[in-house]
Structure formats: structure tokens, C-alpha cells
Design a protein. Sequence first.
Length: 103
Amino acid sequence: MSDRDHRRPEPEIIPPGTGDPSPWQDQSGTNRDPRVFTWSSNGRGTRLRFGRPGPLGLVAIVVGLAALSALGFFILLGALAITLPVIAAVMLIGIVAGIWRRL
């Protein structure tokens, strides 16, 4: 088999502002620079806008991270509270079984 039989298609590079922009066109009719798109079931691109968070956004992020950290800490504490008695019971059973065997 030669290399000609398995040619890969070359990528088509379309410069911005040329080509058929219909699936990417802003539906509001304004001439804005689209950056990020998500797809919906209707087949048209949906604009997703984001920017830097303001002071209230930063406070919300910090509070959310603190809440997740506290939740993780309490889950760890709960796992420790369950595990320690189980380990103590296993050790106690081992000690009693060792003493019982020697009798």
C-alpha cells in the first residue's frame, strides 16, 4: 500500500470574517466579536459571555470554597469517628482471641 492510498484531508483554514458565518452569526443582529459558543438543540450558536468577577463575586467564591472546605473537614471527622471505634474493636477482639487461645 502506498502513501497515496491513505492521504489525509488537509485542514481548511478560513480566516475570520470570511466564509459562511450563518451558524456563528450573532442572532441579535449586532456586530460583536463572538468568542465562546455553546450549542443548543435548535442548531444556532448561543453566545456565552464572561468577565472578571467583581467584589461580590469574589466574596461568593471565597464563601463557596470555605463551605466546601468545612464540608470536607466534617466528612473527614465523621469518617474518623466511625473508623476509630472499628479499629479499637478489631484490636480488642485480637487481644481477647490471643488470651483465649493460651488458656
